[in-house]
Design a protein around this ligand. Sequence first.
Ligand code: HEM
Length: 531
Amino acid sequence: MPEDSKQRQRAAHLADDPAGGPLTTDQGVVVDHTDDALAAGERGPTLMEDFHFREKLTRFDHERIPERVVHARGAGAYGYFEPYESCASFTRAAFLQAPTVRTPVFVRFSTVQGPRGSADTVRDVRGFAAKFYTSEGNFDLVGNNMPVFFIQDGIKFPDFVHALKPEPHNEIPTGASAHDTLWDFVSLQPETLHMMMWLMSDRAIPRSYRMMQGFGVHTFRFVDDRGGGTFVKFHWKPLLGVHSLVWDEAQELQGRDPDFNRRDLWQAIESGAYPEYELGVQLIDERDEFAFDVDLLDPTKIVPEERVPVRPIGRLVLDRNPDEFFAETEQAAFHVANLVPGIDVTNDPLLQARLFSYLDTQLIRLGGPNFGRLPVNRPVAPVRTNQRDGYHQPDIHTGTAYSPNSLGGGCPAIAGPGDTAAFTHRAERVEGAKIRRRSPSFQDHYTQASLFWHSMSDWERRHIVDAFRFELGKVGAMSVRERTVEELNHVDHGLAAAVAEGIGVVAPEIGADRRPDVLSPALSLESLRGP
Ligand code: HEM
């Protein structure tokens, strides 16, 4: 297979590393000794003038950078994406125009809660972030392995993550979802319930990154070459099918092989069993924006596939492991605002917050504004900006750096009107008072959580009940346990009763506010107790 544009770019970069010669300092001076520091006599103090010794220790002292504030633990791989057919009828994105267009991709899979060194097989959401190095610039699809999210508005994200992360006084628990603060937040914010149902299901313990779905979660927008828009929800489907561990396996693996998922990904690629995923889209005509009983801008809801089928549009193959974990996987910087012409965002309030957060965090995590020049982040499309300076600026620019500009240098020209190469923000009429209220369907936190529960088979329901019992059973505050059970009672009474029984809480009554359509009379407490 001939090298793609990203491989050629990386190869040029790797050539800078002169393997084979003797050890040198950072200044290129050949070192005569690296095992004993220069000292004043056989038993004397170490001498500061040993610049190699000082440099070696200083560089070591500065090796760590902050880990990602969420999704700290991950594993990445390179590959390529190919469309099955032209998607020109709904997007002008160049990488989706023809099956002959092969686009290099870097993907990073991750867990959300735990630190870099936590175990792979914890109960958690998995990140599925893909960077497409397209001919028109980088497009990042920064998704998860579950189709909905915990909260509806990004302003709550710090609260949610503070509740999810280890508790501040003792930093317990790392890499698990069983603790008071998380469940306290959940029980007070019913919008989390749909996602919590997914989190308590076997989806939260994938057997392999190769056997995991991915979702863009938000509604995005495709834009065609006439400026016409189509709402789109992105779905990744693994060709190996979706498979999970069972909880006992997951727990045992946390001890036996904390790298279980990343090892599996690495070894599969090394052995030529390349992971493959199909990219599918749910397309919704803009005229149907209000045709659903959910708001398309609400990231805690799905658009049912029976209403809008997923249309496969291409495949992703991961066929190369990175050469260096830190340089590539750790320094990879994904951002939902990395968009290309033909793909745009919507007003989903969670997505809008993300548009701010990723670059903001990367400015500190990756030490300033020039991380886009790192090999894993560098586009293969030409980059001509008037951005200058900043920490670790690797480029030497000539001339001025502003536009418009008649004196030359920098990038004086901007794309003219009608230049098809340029990204144009989709024109959308926006009007309304400055308010913090959302449309009424944002307030329905139970219908889809209930639908999820009712779509499960008996054994899947048993796993969900067991997971709730395991996690909630570790919560110290009985009031939090009780409130969570009350919330589950809005999802399904059988579920709430079965969970209550396992965690020492009195089963709630069927409440007056419950809709009969979400009751599950066929499901007895007995059936949930399992064999
Ligand atoms: C990583 C913020 C919601 C998927 C991150 C990072 C931040 C962040 C700050 C660390 C980025 C870095 O250091 O490079 C937020 C905020 C959210 C939000 C403020 C809500 C307002 C979501 C949602 C998804 C998601 C809804 C999935 C659809 C990811 C993934 C990563 C990530 C996959 C890891 C990317 C990687 O592998 O480097 N998020 N996030 N996040 N987020 Fe979010």
